[in-house]
Design a binder for this molecule. Structure first.
Ligand code: FES
Length: 102
């Protein structure tokens, strides 16, 4: 998945926030202020955010609006944060695929 960079007749010009950097699983990625954690992860090519507890199946963005809880990640050491409704911040440490303790 890629960010839309330029406007077109169908897509108006997009204004982005300041470019920031976050750490995802010990790897530095770029994001923009105002994006969600999920948007930044997907743009970086990360589609598996965690694995299901029972069958260890990959989980990622599903509803995109905070209802399904499929997108849980660890943010700054806090487990089970919904990536789709969490606004990314400069310097955040995000961990995917952690064993969740619900
Ligand atoms: S994708 Fe459904 S809660 Fe985040």
């Amino acid at each position: 998945m890629k960010r839309i960079i330029e406007g077109s007749p169908l897509i108006p010009k997009i204004e982005r926030g300041k470019k920031i950097q976050v750490i995802v699983d010990d790897k530095r990625i770029e994001a923009f202020e105002g994006e969600t954690v999920a948007a930044a992860l997907l743009t970086a090519g990360i589609t598996t955010f965690r694995h299901s507890q029972k069958n260890k199946e990959p989980r990622g963005l599903y509803c995109g609006m905070g209802i399904c809880y499929e997108c849980l990640v660890t943010i700054n050491g806090v487990h089970a944060q919904r990536a789709c409704i969490t606004t990314i911040k400069d310097g955040m440490r995000i961990e995917t695929c952690k064993e969740l303790k619900l």
